[in-house]
Design a protein around this ligand. Structure first.
Ligand SMILES: CC/C=C\C/C=C\C/C=C\C=C\CC(=O)SCCNC(=O)CCNC(=O)[C@H](O)C(C)(C)COP(=O)(O)OP(=O)(O)OC[C@H]1O[C@@H](n2cnc3c(N)ncnc32)[C@H](O)[C@@H]1OP(=O)(O)O
Length: 289
């Protein structure tokens, strides 16, 4: 119920944005920040993140992404989604720092609800989610990948993935942490989260953050072939199994969703945390100069 209500709010927000949907022969639809190549006959869609320059998860991006995902969820012909970036090199730079810096508490609360919604929708999706990680994927970008059923990363040592929040002076929320612990195990998570480590593909594979590392030009074909394997499993048994594995963790957030929002708002509003974010943003700018 809570999920459905939040979804409606996002849909309303989406229509307020007034984006015109572009339909290309029923096989492709797009809003400004997400491109969907939908092969209804095959039952597979490719969702490409396209929020330049670095696919940060801004409020507008989250709204558009959730609307696109919901369209696919509502069409029973779609059984699988491949998530990837329209801009190879960066899968996603994670949460948009500008949504968490210098804003007011009401904005922080609205933003955090949308971030929660993204995680819940992806984590509990009945569809098969395969992540084709064709670039760097820190923090919230890594979280998106962690919600998927299978992760394939491009074999480029320049790309990294992980939860680096502590390097920014912020803390990965408990549900980021739970998703990570369930993927890599407690000790690895404890170590990586405290240090805010980002891992290149070979190490990410060793730790189980990703399931496969393949040459960069094969990420998409590999994602398609993995999807074909998963599609061969009957939906009902796969979905019931997925739900059995994931429901408890998602319920843990659902039951304390409002408290989590309040925690986030009071944490992110602290002067010391705003100062840390300021320093980090300056560092990002200086890197350029
Ligand atoms: C007690 C606890 C209670 C509650 C929990 C509390 C808090 C939890 C809070 C939050 C959790 C947050 C999770 C996150 O996802 S935080 C985001 C982490 N992301 C990063 O650290 C990535 C930062 N970016 C980079 O490292 C690089 O940009 C890159 C490697 C992704 C890409 O490098 P490039 O060289 O290709 O591009 P840049 O020149 O660096 O960037 C271009 C442009 O984009 C801006 N930018 C980069 N990342 C972000 C971002 N995440 N959000 C907003 N903007 C971003 C960057 O500043 C440049 O802007 P300008 O062109 O200079 O304007």
């Amino acid at each position: 119920m809570a999920l459905a209500a939040a979804g409606r709010v996002l849909l309303q927000a989406g229509s307020r944005l007034g984006r015109r949907e572009v339909v290309d022969g029923a096989r492709r639809f797009a809003n400004k920040r997400v491109e969907v190549e939908a092969d209804e006959a095959a039952g597979i869609a490719v969702m490409k993140l396209k929020n330049p320059p670095v696919n940060s998860l801004s409020l507008e991006f989250l709204t558009e992404f959730l609307i696109s995902l919901e369209k696919l969820e509502n069409n029973k012909n779609f059984r699988g989604v491949i998530l990837t970036s329209e801009r190879p090199g960066v899968f996603s730079a994670g949460l948009d720092l500008m949504e968490m810096y210098g804003r007011n508490p009401a904005h922080y609360a609205e933003y955090w609800r949308a971030v929660q919604e993204l995680w819940l929708r992806l984590y509990l999706s009945n569809m098969i989610l395969v992540c084709a990680i064709n670039g760097t994927s820190p923090a919230g970008g890594c979280l998106m990948a962690l919600t998927c059923d299978h992760r394939i990363m491009a074999d480029n040592p320049k790309y990294t993935i992980g939860l680096n929040e502590s390097q920014l002076g912020i803390v990965a929320p408990f549900w980021f942490k739970d998703n990570f612990v369930n993927t890599v195990g407690y000790r690895t998570a404890e170590h990586a989260l405290q240090l805010g480590l980002l891992f290149p593909p070979a190490e990410a594979l060793k730790l189980g953050i990703v399931d496969e590392v393949v040459p960069e030009d094969q990420v998409h074909s590999k994602a398609q072939s993995v999807m074909a394997q998963w599609m061969a499993i009957p939906d009902h048994s796969r979905q019931l199994t997925k739900n059995m594995m994931r429901k408890a963790m998602a319920d843990n957030l659902i039951k304390q969703r409002e408290a989590d929002i309040q925690n986030f708002v009071s944490f992110i509003s602290r002067d010391s945390i705003q100062k840390s974010l300021h320093t980090y943003l300056e560092k990002l700018k200086q890197k350029k100069g």
